[in-house]
Ligand binder design. Sequence first.
Ligand SMILES: *[C@@H]1O[C@H](CO)[C@@H](O)[C@H](O)[C@H]1NC(C)=O
Ligand SMILES: *[C@@H]1O[C@H](CO)[C@@H](O)[C@H](O)[C@H]1NC(C)=O
Ligand SMILES: *[C@@H]1O[C@H](CO)[C@@H](O)[C@H](O)[C@H]1NC(C)=O
Ligand SMILES: *[C@@H]1O[C@H](CO)[C@@H](O)[C@H](O)[C@H]1NC(C)=O
Length: 412
Amino acid sequence: MISDQRSSCRIVVTSLLLFFIIMSHALTEGPRFAEPIPNVTVALGRDASLPCVVDNLGNYKVAWIHIDRQMILTIHRHVIARVSRFSVSHDNHKTWLLNVNQVQQEDRGYYMCQVNTNPMISQVGYLQVVVPPNIVDSESTPSSVAVRENQNVTLTCKAEGLPTPKLSWRREDGQPIVIDKKTKVMIQEGEQLNLTRITRSEMGAYLCIASNSVPPSVSKRIILDVEFSPMIWVPNQLVGAPSGTDVTIECNTEAYPKAISYWVYEGIMLLPTKKYLTDIQENSYRTYMRLTVRNLTSKDFGSYRCISKNSLGETEGSIRLYEIPLPSLAPRTTEMGSHAGKNALKSGVVQRTTTTEIPEVKTTTAYATTMSNYVIPASAGHRIEAYWPGTFLLLAASFLFHSGQTVLSIHS
Ligand SMILES: *[C@@H]1O[C@H](CO)[C@@H](O)[C@H](O)[C@H]1NC(C)=O
Ligand SMILES: *[C@@H]1O[C@H](CO)[C@@H](O)[C@H](O)[C@H]1NC(C)=O
Ligand SMILES: *[C@@H]1O[C@H](CO)[C@@H](O)[C@H](O)[C@H]1NC(C)=O
Ligand SMILES: *[C@@H]1O[C@H](CO)[C@@H](O)[C@H](O)[C@H]1NC(C)=O
């Protein structure tokens, strides 16, 4: 009997104990994290906040630790780290915010939020610090480069940033980049831009652009100069005009560095005077030189030279100016070819075609056709011009290449 009573008593006590243990657990449920710490991405120099949300904190305390630096930053409301950029704020003892002002590179890494239970509980979040791209000038091609024509050149741009920036190249003037003879691209990716056997048409400003999805993207402008000795192209090597008229002759030159260009007649450099009008138009590495000789006299007929000089060399072109007699009025009048005819219609002038002697010149022979025009066999790309008082007609050089011969039409 006694032993029965004892055992039933023991059961009651054990049950009561279990009940109290369970009850006390339910009533004083310990702290637990309500949500994970988010991964936060912030640009260098900006402010960031990492939240740690804890339920049932009670009298326990929250601490923040920077794992990468093994540094306790905050405990409860106190900032422990001697880094003034860190601070802590909380909302009802539930959300504990670690604030980082003006984030630096060394702030990147894992952050632990810890509660001093026994055993302690913790969770971890990551602070990513991104850096906008920057072009490292000291490791990049200088902003101006000169290279000789037909040589190879490599333009380089080095960029830093996080994530690692991507580099691309394009030409400022919107022209394509010549990768090799067969490949032209508007944009070329990569740190290096290899240009092989460079030509003068590749001269200009190139931009390397660094971007890594963190604004702003940056670019560097590199001016590429392609150097070559002067070249001269003379559109009309033979120019005929009557005495008493003005005549303009022209030379086109290409040179880089920029050339000094001038005209020479009978060994004398021609300076602008009443007699000579000089005009120079420049367009990048091209120069158009024009010389107008006024009121032609017999002394003016002869060989003119245009000369172009730069540091790499010198070249010249020559133009022969010959006299043609003043036209006597046309013995016959014929309709002109299409081009001249149109002009005639526009201006309402009746076109006259005149048969005139063409002075004998070495490379050009002329003969009259039944159409009372001159047909001149194509020779060395010459263009023939005939000047008449008051008006003149230019014959396009392209005629020569198209038909192999030029119809020289002269009208007064
Ligand atoms: C944060 O990023 C890590 C990997 O870097 C990942 O394992 C974790 O789940 C991320 N946390 C959140 C809250 O997105
Ligand atoms: C330029 O590059 C081309 C093609 O890579 C090569 O054939 C040539 O020899 C190079 N020229 C010079 C001067 O380095
Ligand atoms: C450019 O040339 C360099 C050597 O000068 C070479 O290492 C690199 O691979 C080339 N880049 C390209 C895109 O061809
Ligand atoms: C052209 O030159 C001639 C002779 O040299 C002269 O008599 C005449 O006045 C000049 N005409 C003009 C427009 O200058």
